[in-house]
Design a binder for this molecule. Structure first.
Ligand code: CU
Length: 68
């Protein structure tokens, strides 16, 4: 199992959190997504490490951006 934390910018409310959670949850092997709205940190649990490019695309799909 793999646990990684990314930082996502632009989220302002629970709806944003739900959008990001929904898109990131669709990624291959992802078993849990935990978003902290205040800090923008997104913790992803998955069977194998998440591809950062795929993660960035999913976040973009939700309307936000990953902080490098
Ligand atoms: Cu929102």
């Amino acid at each position: 199992m793999s646990v990684e934390t990314f930082t996502v910018t632009g989220m302002t409310c629970g709806h944003c959190v739900a959008s990001v959670t929904s898109e990131v949850s669709k990624l291959d092997g992802v078993t849990k997504v935990d978003v902290d709205l205040a800090s923008g940190s997104v913790t992803v649990e998955s069977d194998s490490p998440v591809d950062p490019g795929a993660f960035a695309l999913a976040v973009d799909e939700a309307g936000f951006a990953v902080v490098k």
